[in-house]
Design a protein around this ligand. Structure first.
Ligand code: BES
Ligand code: MN
Ligand code: ZN
Length: 488
């Protein structure tokens, strides 16, 4: 997919289709700013006949423009509700519709509602996210039809959309990178594979170091090593630093759970839907996707990113319930469930991250089924020990449509993960499972401002939803880039 930006198109503009967005009760539906006389008349007729009303989800195609140009009228819903997310959804609908019709190029006209710059980015995101396909493992896959999307303001008075279109297009590449990694199955996307993919990000300020099993042990990451000891696939701790070169720039620590397949280990999961546990590295994929975008955009922040990558398997060598293991900071942990493995590889990584003295740490993980029970797929759970950081992340979530919802860590949650035999145990039982998991992690960040995003409900779709089809969503990439851009 190629994205371009131009000035408002004139009558001679060549395109397969103009795409025009309108809210309900727009006042100009009878005289839309389309640079084609025939299409303008057809649009007025469609409006008069009430075939296009601006209802959310509505897409009306009109044929007969000069040079075979079409016009797609796309509804944004009630005027008051129009925001980036409505436009993303509309642009996604339009892109899928055009692609289905075999149209190869289209010009999206950014409506003069709110911030034209934000809305231009939303157009690119909606189209880019909706058109993403994971078909590299199909022996015969049809080529997508829609190959070029041009974004232009509707009217000459609007500011140029070149910068936001470029930026959103770069972010889309990062999201694609993350979604591909998420969708790849456990037999391909092993820890070694993830490390190799991470290495492709080297250069332009990014350096990548990869630690193997021996190094993980040497680094006293006993919890991470315990999870990894049951798999014949070698674990990897992927460490990425991005240096922007600007003096006094902040350093943000990122940590992403990279469980390449989670069987549950000896506390094995039921068979139904276990295949979905290939997505258990989506936190790690989001971190890698964010670095991908950050590098393309050369944002003036420093990042220290970690992706602890391992399978979680049952095996003769696997760790067992009852085992007591020791984390990098000396904390001893009783293993109650080998299926609560995410917090174990994260806790060692968080200690290591905090050792680097970043200004804050953000970790992303498909950590608990409990957060899916609590929030479904509408938002990721947000836990933090720092109110300002929490609010910044919430705001980035609202801006990008990758919504976060604040969740508490209460004294009772800390109580639930105490063990009679060791400092902590790795499961607090069923109740408040997302909160006790967060309480566990909090023990490993010291006083570094920290936020934990439990993305178990948002990292992949089990059915097509809005502009994201079934499979990995890349959740977190857009959010992290937005957060980093604001910090820069
Ligand atoms: N990767 C899972 C969490 C998960 C489950 C994500 C379902 C998405 C959908 C995690 O490793 C896990 O198994 N968590 C357990 C923790 C429990 C044993 C304390 C869970 O949520 O049941
Ligand atoms: Mn698990
Ligand atoms: Zn897991």
């Amino acid at each position: 997919m190629e994205f371009r930006a131009t000035r408002p198109p004139t009558a001679s503009h060549k395109t397969g289709a103009f795409v025009l967005f309108r809210a309900e009760q727009s006042r100009d539906l009878g005289r839309l700013p389309v640079p084609d006389t025939v299409l303008r008349k057809l649009a007025a007729a469609a409006w008069k006949a009430k075939e296009f009303t601006g209802k959310r989800g509505q897409v009306v195609a009109l044929h007969g423009g000069a040079g075979g140009r079409r016009l797609l009228l796309v509804g944004l819903g009630p005027r008051k509700g129009v925001d980036g997310e409505a436009l993303r959804e509309g642009a996604g609908n339009a892109a899928l519709d055009l692609d289905g019709r075999g149209v190869s190029s289209a010009t999206f006209l950014v409506p003069a509602l709110g911030d034209a710059v934000d809305l231009a980015g939303a157009c690119v995101e909606g189209a880019g996210l909706a058109l993403y396909r994971f078909d590299r493992l199909k022996s015969k896959a049809p080529k997508p039809a829609l190959g070029r999307v041009t974004v232009a303001p509707e009217r000459g008075t609007a500011p140029s959309v070149t910068a936001p279109v470029k930026r959103a297009a770069a972010v889309m590449e990062g999201v694609r990178f993350a979604r591909d990694l998420g969708n790849l199955p456990g037999n391909i996307a092993t820890p070694v594979y993830l490390a190799r993919e991470a290495r492709t990000l080297s250069g332009r300020g990014v350096s990548v170091r990869v630690h193997d099993r021996a190094a993980i042990k040497r680094m006293r990451m006993g919890a991470f090593a315990a999870v990894a000891q049951g798999s014949h696939n070698e674990p990897r701790l992927i460490e990425i630093t991005y240096r922007c070169g600007k003096r006094g720039a902040e350093t943000i620590g990122l940590v992403g759970k990279g469980v390449t397949f989670d069987t549950g280990g000896i506390s094995i999961k039921p068979a139904a839907l276990m295949e979905e546990m290939k997505f258990d590295m989506c936190g790690g994929a989001a971190v890698l996707g964010a670095v991908h975008a950050l590098r393309a955009l050369q944002l003036p922040v420093n990042v220290h990113a970690l992706v602890p990558a391992s399978d979680n398997m049952p095996d003769g060598k696997a760790y067992r319930p009852g085992d007591i293991i020791k984390a990098r900071n000396g904390t001893t942990i009783e293993v109650i469930s080998t299926d609560a493995e995410g917090r174990l590889l994260l806790c060692d990584s968080l200690v290591y991250s905090a050792d680097k003295k970043p200004d804050c740490i953000i970790n992303l993980a498909t950590l608990t089924g409990a957060i899916v029970v609590a929030l479904g797929d509408s938002a990721a759970g947000l836990f933090s020990n720092d109110d300002a950081l929490l609010e910044e992340l919430e705001e980035a979530g609202r801006e990008t449509g990758e919504r976060l919802w604040p969740m508490p860590i209460l004294p009772g949650h800390d109580e639930a993960i105490k063990s009679p035999y060791s400092d902590l145990r790795n499961s607090g039982g069923r109740w408040g499972g997302a909160c006790t998991a967060a309480a566990f992690l909090q023990n490993f960040v010291g006083d570094t401002p920290w936020a934990h995003l439990d993305i178990a409900g948002t990292a992949w779709n089990d059915r097509p939803r809005s502009y994201l089809r079934k499979g990995a969503t890349g959740f977190g990439v857009r959010l992290l880039v937005e957060f980093l851009a604001r910090r820069a």
